[in-house]
Design a protein around this ligand. Structure first.
Ligand SMILES: [Fe+2]
Ligand SMILES: [Fe+2]
Length: 411
């Protein structure tokens, strides 16, 4: 998504630009403004937060406080960007074209999912992430942050303050409807979330991200939902259990079946969300593509590999717990009547990942972490998960409770 100023609706241009300029240029403001022959920006204050940005009433005043230089207004910044025929993104991504002497950019891309910040212990973890560690880096958040809209907004705002750029797709938890009188249905809530993200500057569309002076990557969000075998057996990642005890016949144990409200629409839920990716999948990507979804794209990713099972055993041993094999036999880990594969993901996602030529695909949802290469694509799941899962050694590779670097590739 390029922020081509000429294509913007004039009525929304000012507010959109305010967010884009602040969120895109803020870490590099001192570096970029001089390139454009503009006065130095005044030092920022603690009140210079995105939260205040969205208050609305005193928007114009805030604009001036936040991005006005001693004698240059926001409008003047826009005019000069236009005059130079640069998009806002251009000015951030390709500073070399403007001034070769600029210092090197080395931007990493991190990923995480399933933050579940409704749990205080998880919120405490992300509150400890600091811009000291990530201010020049990007973060992919692959869904399941919370079902509360205010808490989602608060969390994303915090992540924007820690990271240079935040990319996000909603998970199934975000589409839970706890207050039907306020939230009409799960599809309406999904679009409310996307609108909120756009207003905040959290990215939910493909975007080219400069990762060094010489290189860029595309970060590509893919919306999705799972197919149950009853909805679409071809698209579903369902694996029939060998033991018939391994099914919840009433479908009662899966909370989405209680808390999502679906309006009537053509086709399956999986197809509905896959269709939202149509334009994304039509694009030609000339730099490496890092895509992400909440749900799983392949059946072979649902079951753990021998290496992943060994990692769980190692982690359980470290925690002083019995072997996972033994615990599973006793039904201590998974309820024996629950089959997650029914709700795991959809195959249409895999087709889209291949269509856009992903180098890396990040997913979440299962709370079982993975990092595998399959047919030339690296698939990464790095969920924070629940405290009880971490305590049981089931969520591996997250001992430091930090996001995982996925680019540059360090595997
Ligand atoms: Fe989750
Ligand atoms: Fe999920």
């Amino acid at each position: 998504m390029l922020y081509n100023l000429g294509d913007m609706n004039p009525s929304t241009e000012q507010s959109v630009l305010k967010n884009k300029i602040k969120l895109l240029l803020k870490p590099k403001m001192k570096e970029i403004l001089p390139l454009m022959d503009m006065p130095e920006i005044e030092s920022e204050t603690e009140s210079d937060s995105v939260a205040e940005d969205n208050d609305g009433d005193d928007e114009e005043e805030n604009d001036d406080r936040e991005i006005t230089t001693s004698n240059t207004s926001n409008t003047e910044v826009v005019r000069r960007l236009r005059a130079s025929q640069l998009t806002v993104e251009d000015s951030v991504q390709r500073p070399m074209k403007l001034r070769p002497a600029v210092s090197a950019i080395m931007r990493r891309v991190f990923a995480i999912s399933d933050l579940h910040v409704d749990y205080k212990e998880n919120m405490d973890i992300i509150q400890q992430w600091s811009p000291m560690d990530y201010e020049n880096d990007a973060l992919i958040v692959a869904g399941d942050v919370t079902d509360s809209l205010p808490l989602l907004q608060q969390t994303l705002q915090h992540l924007q303050q820690v990271f240079f750029r935040v990319y996000y797709v909603p998970g199934n938890h975000e589409l839970w409807i706890r207050k039907p009188e306020q939230e009409k249905d799960s599809i309406t809530k999904f679009h409310q979330i996307i609108t909120m993200c756009k207003e905040m500057g959290v990215v939910t569309e493909p975007e080219s991200l400069c990762v060094s002076n010489m290189a860029a990557v595309w970060i590509v969000p893919l919306f999705s939902w799972y197919s149950t075998p009853e909805e679409d057996s071809e698209d579903s990642l369902y694996i029939k259990p060998q033991n018939p005890v391994g099914e919840d016949k009433s479908h009662n144990m899966w909370m989405d079946n209680h808390l999502c409200i679906w309006p009537s629409f053509e086709g399956t839920r999986s197809k509905y969300f896959a269709n939202l990716n149509s334009q994304t999948c039509m694009k030609q990507y000339t730099d490496p593509v890092l895509s992400f979804s909440h749900f799983l794209p392949r059946t072979d990713l649902v079951k753990p590999s021998d290496k992943e099972l060994a990692e769980i055993e190692t982690e359980r041993k470290r925690l002083g717990l019995e072997s996972a094999v033994e615990a599973n036999k006793k039904g201590h880990i998974n309820p024996r009547s629950f089959n997650f594969t029914r709700y795991a993901g959809c195959k249409v996602l895999e087709a889209q990942i291949r269509q856009i030529g992903s180098s890396v695909h990040v997913f979440g949802h299962q709370h079982r972490n993975k990092d595998r290469r399959v047919d030339g694509v690296r698939y990464v799941s790095h969920c924070l998960g629940y405290k009880r899962e971490r305590a049981a050694g089931l969520v591996t590779g997250i001992e430091d409770c930090a996001p995982k670097q996925i680019w540059p590739d360090i595997v």
